[in-house]
Design a binder for this molecule. Structure first.
Ligand SMILES: NC(=O)c1ccc[n+]([C@@H]2O[C@H](COP(=O)([O-])OP(=O)(O)OC[C@H]3O[C@@H](n4cnc5c(N)ncnc54)[C@H](O)[C@@H]3O)[C@@H](O)[C@H]2O)c1
Length: 249
């Protein structure tokens, strides 16, 4: 899998699955934009990639903000002369609260980042792709986009179901435009998103995985890279379950 000559944009790339994906794409030849709310951490990732001989730039962005998302895509094109691959990965979880306990603020932020943010990014990317011959998009959903999660995660689960629906319909929208849109449904992965929960909760999430361990961010990155790549040229509108049969049990 070689991405020489390609420009990739990865949101939420300062850490976790996004960082692993950006690092992998750069190692395989892509010029990569590290886009994240945490600009200082994004800069560190870009510096590390450049230190390893890759091409990387960074930008601070809140994916829930329309103007910032437009600026992020413009920045990518200005920095590297194009955009071919996009990973809409930025996402947040929520405090564990049953549905009636959740505040509207929690609901709104989770939906604004995970679903609206994903759509805003996809829209800006698709506009560029339509005007420039196509491209490939991966939205990072979750197993929680395909079935209920543990109790207390209604906003997160609803947002990720939304990402799956967004992916499926956007794929149809662009099916004749050389734009592929797919989603990844990672199993439980060892990242800071998970580490924000108490240890007992982390253990419970890890125990959901039938194979007995969490995935590493690099394992999710490999699946994303394949979906992005020309090797997946006849794959669009799919949700790849990278979860070692979690959803099958
Ligand atoms: N870790 C898991 O077990 C798991 C499982 C399934 C799906 N996912 C999904 O994978 C994606 C990546 O999560 P992760 O586990 O690597 O988490 P993470 O917390 O390690 O990384 C998420 C990154 O997104 C950034 N971010 C958060 N809000 C943002 C915003 N509004 N704008 C821009 N950047 C923002 C954060 O700063 C962080 O760098 C998320 O969409 C998450 O829902 C994670």
């Amino acid at each position: 899998m070689n991405f020489d000559g390609k420009v990739a944009l990865v949101t939420g790339a300062a850490t976790g699955i996004g960082e692993a994906t950006a690092t992998l794409l750069a190692a395989r030849g892509a010029a990569v934009v590290i886009a994240d709310l945490d600009e200082a951490l994004a800069e560190k990732v870009a510096t590390a990639i450049r230190g390893d001989g890759g091409r990387a730039a960074f930008i601070g962005v809140d994916v829930a903000d329309e103007a910032q998302v437009e600026a992020m895509v413009d920045f990518t094109v200005a920095e590297f002369g194009g955009l071919h691959l996009a990973v809409n990965n930025a996402g947040i979880s929520q405090p564990e609260q049953r549905t009636h306990e959740m505040t509207a603020q929690v609901w709104d932020r989770v939906m604004n980042v995970n679903l609206r943010g994903c759509w805003l990014c996809l829209r800006a990317e698709a506009r560029h792709f339509l005007a420039n011959g196509g491209g490939s998009i991966v939205n990072v959903a979750s197993g929680a986009g395909l079935k209920a999660g543990p109790p207390g995660l209604t906003a997160y689960v609803a947002s990720k179901h939304g990402v799956v629906g967004l992916t499926r319909n956007a794929a149809i929208d662009y099916i004749r435009d050389n734009i592929r849109v797919n989603a990844l449904a990672p199993g439980t992965t060892a990242t800071s998103l998970l580490k924000a929960y108490p240890e007992e909760t982390q253990r419970a999430y890890a125990a959901l995985m039938p194979c007995g361990r969490m995935s590493e961010p690099s394992e999710q990155a490999e699946a994303i890279a394949w979906l992005l790549s020309d090797q997946a040229s006849y794959v669009s509108g799919t949700v790849l379950e990278a979860d070692m049969a979690y959803l099958q049990k």
